[in-house]
Design a protein around this ligand. Structure first.
Ligand SMILES: C[S@@+](CC[C@H](N)C(=O)[O-])C[C@H]1O[C@@H](n2cnc3c(N)ncnc32)[C@H](O)[C@@H]1O
Length: 335
């Protein structure tokens, strides 16, 4: 029986139990259970020894997650399914780092989501006592976990996103809020004649060194640290990937104006975001919108809302290019 064929009471029970599944999946990811099964089935005893888990608890987690599609059990051994294997470490497209990022930084603030519903204030700000990115930037380990999750999103959810898209012309591309540089690498690896800049907060940008070196792009990309509310480097093409959805409208206008003031004449802007359908059409960005509401001051936006933001900051929206992923490229030029 598929979920939408279940009686409403059963469906609601399952929806309410989302926290059980999230935390059980997190345990599988954190303890390396999916990783330990990557080379083939094992007994629960072997798996518990390999991962440092309690044998009885692990047996129950495996048994309970099997119907969710994570494991197959039988003949005394456990096997990980292709779905479960997405939590294994070190695989291309692994979501293990996203599991760690969400459960170690988002889960607790979501416990006070009611505060957001009543006041409109971010649950993370309420829970941590400061804005989320300020809290993250104080801990090198949390910066590492965040960067790893962003890189995992690029590899997994954005697979195919860059294949048939060419950036607007211009020799120098600045990735504003570029984190560890994985998005810029996708573009520059396909485009040997351009140079790039990864721009992010001082605590974040050093992580890009390793990623750029790994892609053989260190010589073509400069790192620049700063605050996109104050100033950004001059460039011909600006990338804002997964930045504007983190911020409220006024902050977005400030970021866009900073870029406009720093840009070379005729510079182009490319925003990579999910564009929210204006109606009830299901779209993954609707759950991301809840994350923006709880964790930051941001929101997911419709095409019309992006056009209004851009226009208020002195940009004309040129076109929106959909991709085979939930993300689109929104191109704009300063007016
Ligand atoms: C959701 S991540 C997006 C990362 C990357 N562009 C991507 O698409 O994967 C947002 C990034 O904005 C950066 N950021 C937040 N506040 C910033 C600021 N004031 N100035 C520069 N970067 C900032 C964060 O450090 C983080 O790397």
């Amino acid at each position: 029986m598929s979920t939408d064929e279940m009686p409403p009471l059963v469906q609601m029970f399952q929806l309410l139990g989302g926290f059980q599944v999230s935390q059980a999946l997190y345990s599988v990811a954190k303890l390396g259970v999916a990783t330990a099964l990557a080379d083939g089935p094992r007994t629960i005893d072997e798996l518990a020894t390999a991962t440092g888990a309690d044998t009885d608890a692990l047996g129950r987690i495996v048994r309970d997650l099997a119907p969710v599609g994570i494991f197959r059990t039988g003949e005394g051994v456990v096997e990980v399914t292709p779905l479960g294997a997405t939590l294994a470490e070190g695989r291309a497209g692994s979501l293990r780092d996203v599991a760690l990022f969400w459960m170690e930084t988002h889960y607790a603030p979501f416990g006070v989501f009611l505060h957001t519903a009543v006041t409109g204030e971010s649950a993370a700000t309420h829970y941590y006592g400061e804005p989320f990115f300020d809290w993250i930037s104080k801990s090198p380990e949390l910066v590492r976990v965040t960067n790893a999750a962003m890189a995992a999103v690029t590899q997994a959810l954005r697979a195919g996103m860059f294949d048939n898209y060419t950036l607007p012309e211009g020799p120098l591309v600045a990735d504003i809020g570029g984190a560890e540089g994985s998005v810029l690498c996708e573009f520059l690896a396909r485009d040997p004649n351009r140079r790039g800049i990864v721009f992010d907060l001082p605590e974040v940008v050093p992580a890009a060194k390793q990623v750029l070196a790994h892609h053989g792009l260190a010589a073509r990309v400069d790192l620049a640290a700063g605050d996109f509310f104050t100033s950004v480097p001059e460039a011909d093409v600006y990338l804002l990937s997964w930045i504007l959805h983190d911020w409220d409208d006024e902050s977005c206008r400030r970021i866009l104006r900073t870029i406009k003031d720093s840009a070379a004449p005729g510079a182009r802007l490319v925003i990579a975001e999910s564009v929210m359908p204006p109606d009830d059409t299901p779209h993954p960005t609707k759950l991301t919108d809840l994350t923006m509401l709880a964790m930051l001051t941001g929101r997911e936006r419709t095409a019309g809302e992006y056009e209004a933001l851009l226009s208020a900051a002195g940009f004309n929206l040129d076109r929106i290019v959909p991709t085979p992923t939930p993300f689109s490229f929104i191109e704009a030029t300063g007016n």
